[in-house]
Design a protein around this ligand. Structure first.
Ligand SMILES: [Zn+2]
Length: 155
């Protein structure tokens, strides 16, 4: 799915990219620009702003009001509203930082770009394909937390 996320929901942006969605994040645009982009790019608007949500609905746009207190609550709501599967697929996952596709890379190619300990401990690494970002990812100790959050949101 394609989303446009407003400035207050940076955390949801990272979650949805991790789940493989095309997420644009707008921090500075005014409401009209946000709504215009939502329409032009056929995105679903996610916002915590009730006024903006109502405005989007009045203009016939797809929008979800996201006002939960935690990632679990927000993911759970989105999943129900949009029948969005909360399943991680490493083939589809996108860079949480910039939204570009990721590609699995040979371990040797990222030596020196990740902490030594992680390099020794893990075997699978991914990099962001956007050259200006090119972050490296691996399923480190934080991974079980990510899975816990997804599982809780599915309950
Ligand atoms: Zn990136």
């Amino acid at each position: 799915m394609r989303f446009l996320v407003d400035g207050m929901l940076g955390n949801m942006t990272r979650w949805l990219r991790l789940l493989g969605h095309d997420v644009a994040y707008e921090n500075l645009s005014d409401d009209n620009e946000l709504l215009l982009r939502t329409r032009l790019e056929s995105r679903i608007l996610l916002t915590a702003d009730v006024e903006l949500f109502r405005l989007a609905k009045r203009r016939g746009l797809q929008a979800v009001l996201v006002k939960g207190n935690s990632a679990v609550e927000n993911l759970s709501k989105l999943s129900k509203k949009l029948t969005l599967p909360l399943v991680f697929d490493q083939m589809k996952s996108r860079c949480p930082a910039c939204g570009s596709p990721l590609s699995q890379v040979a371990k040797s190619s990222i030596e020196g770009r990740v902490p030594k300990r992680s390099y020794q401990k893990y075997d699978k690494f991914w990099t962001c394909l956007e050259s200006s970002c090119s972050k490296v990812y691996w399923r480190g100790s934080h991974w079980s937390k990510i899975e816990q959050t997804l599982n809780k949101a599915k309950e």
